[in-house]
Design a protein around this ligand. Structure first.
Ligand code: AMP
Length: 467
């Protein structure tokens, strides 16, 4: 399909002008297919993976019909996780740059209800939230949804997997029936079809073949002898490919911990991500992985939900996923946005039947003998484990202290400081901030932050080391 510019759409000019400043020149396939219907106010059901540009598809749609003079909530976007809600809100904020005074709030757990309620009381246009927290506000009568005209369900399959079906139905019952509903999901099991049938009217279906987001991923399959051979194979593959960031998928919480421990003992910098971590611990591990201070995240599928890491070099499947769709989802996390990615999957003879359920890029079932490759040469064991390129510094001040990214960057790079190019991701939370700096600059960076004030105040700083 030819790439079409956004200008073929009857999109309000403030949005169009901003798109070119964001560098969005042409529409992605899901945008080209869904936006004409979205802009006409039709209900839409879209099948699209993260990376397909679906956020901008519904984001432009909801902003197109937004009336910033009206301070009632006009749009509700439901997402499965806090991370995804934050990302979606951020993307909508960027798209809304041409519409001054657009008020967007994220309503997710892990923070107090009261400040959120206070913000809502002052008037909001767009709410992006997780079903649990949105329901809390409805129950406490701090969120009024009768004025909502656009309802979006993002990653609907994940929300149902996480047990949010009842909450979604309840929330939708508070939204006026005369509304536009957009539902996006990577997969369409029967429960999704049924919730889509309940919540949408005469929807336009938009399906984008997966290959558009997979084209830069090289998939490799390796037959291993038994369970015990898996760990050694993973090490060999990482030492061979030297990926800066790897997500290693396995099946159980216990495995995540055991594998992370074993990899650390071998000199890798790995951490486990499983469903029983508390939110703070989870956020911290994800932050360190996303800012390149950790090289390997060992995760279960459930724990990795909503994970969106830019520049993921490798996905390692310790075992085959039980379902083909889960496999596609796993490998869809690498090779995003034109970057190159490698997906390596290990299987034993016992898993052959699962393998046969997968398809190659031409849609043919995989043949276990045909697809399996020999592991890299053992010479690769001479390579060191891939090192993370950054270290993280924690500063005991954040949004409450009105710290901004620019303040921290300025403090680090001011007189006697480090190069701006050695400063990585800066994440500002309520009362603390994390900043990634290149490994070779850690000492001067710590010294500079410990000695100098940031915005006139001294803060405690700490190298987060490899804890
Ligand atoms: P998503 O699938 O919504 O998570 O989007 C994937 C990434 O593509 C995001 O970083 C967007 O900022 C970016 N993106 C979305 N639409 C376009 C476009 N038309 N042109 C260029 N980048 C885009």
């Amino acid at each position: 399909m030819n790439e079409q510019p956004f200008s073929v759409l009857p999109l309000r000019s403030e949005l169009l002008n901003n798109l070119s400043s964001l560098g969005y020149e042409t529409m992605t396939p899901i945008q080209a297919e869904s936006l004409p219907a979205i802009l006409m106010g039709q209900d839409v059901i879209g099948q699209g993976q993260t990376g397909s540009g679906k956020t901008a598809a519904f984001g432009l749609g909801l902003l197109h019909s937004l009336d910033t003079e009206d301070l009632n909530v006009q749009t509700l976007v439901l997402c499965p996780t806090r991370e995804l809600a934050d990302q979606v809100a951020e993307e909508i904020r960027r798209l809304a740059r041409g519409l001054p005074n657009t008020k967007i709030i994220t309503l997710t757990g892990g923070t107090k209800l009261r400040p959120q309620a206070d913000s809502l009381a002052r008037g909001m246009h767009i709410v992006v939230g997780t079903p649990g927290r949105v329901m809390d506000h409805i129950t406490k009568e701090t969120l009024e949804l009768e004025t909502v005209r656009t309802l979006v369900l993002d990653e609907a399959d994940r929300m149902l997997d996480m047990g949010f079906e009842d909450a979604i139905d309840a929330i939708a019952s508070y939204v006026a029936e005369h509304r536009q509903t957009m539902l996006f999901s990577a997969t369409f099991p029967p429960e999704i079809k049924s919730i889509a049938a309940r919540l949408t009217i005469d929807p336009v279906l938009v399906q984008i073949a997966a290959e558009q987001t997979e084209s830069t991923i090289t998939e490799h399959f390796y037959r291993v002898k038994n369970n015990e051979s898996r760990l050694a194979a993973c090490q060999l593959l990482m030492r061979h490919h030297q990926p800066a960031s790897t997500v290693l998928f396995c099946n159980t919480r216990r495995e995540t911990m055991e594998i992370a421990k074993a990899l650390n003992a071998e000199g890798f910098s790995a951490v486990a991500l499983h469903g029983e971590l508390d939110q703070r611990e989870r956020d911290q591990r994800l932050a360190l992985f996303a800012n390149q201070s950790l090289a390997v995240l060992v995760a279960t599928d459930v724990a990795a939900r909503g994970l969106d890491i830019e520049e993921l070099d490798m996905v390692l499947n310790y075992q085959l996923a039980n379902e083909a769709e889960v496999h596609t989802h796993r490998i869809g996390r690498t090779g995003r946005a034109g970057a190159r990615g490698v997906a390596c999957t290990l299987f034993t003879d016992k898993e052959q039947s699962k393998l046969a359920r997968l398809q190659n890029s031409e849609g043919q079932p995989l043949d276990p003998d045909g697809c399996s490759e020999p592991l890299p040469d053992r010479d690769a064991l001479k390579n060191p484990p891939p090192h993370p390129s950054m270290f993280t510094i924690e500063i005991n001040g954040g949004k409450k202290q009105k710290l901004r990214k620019g303040d921290i960057l300025g403090a680090l790079t001011g007189e006697g400081g480090i190069e701006g190019s050695d400063v990585g991701k800066i994440q500002i939370a309520a009362t603390r901030s994390l900043v990634a700096v290149a490994r070779h600059s850690i000492k001067p960076a710590l010294r500079k932050l410990a000695q100098d004030k940031i915005k006139g105040r001294s803060y405690k700083v700490r190298w987060m080391g490899e804890d």
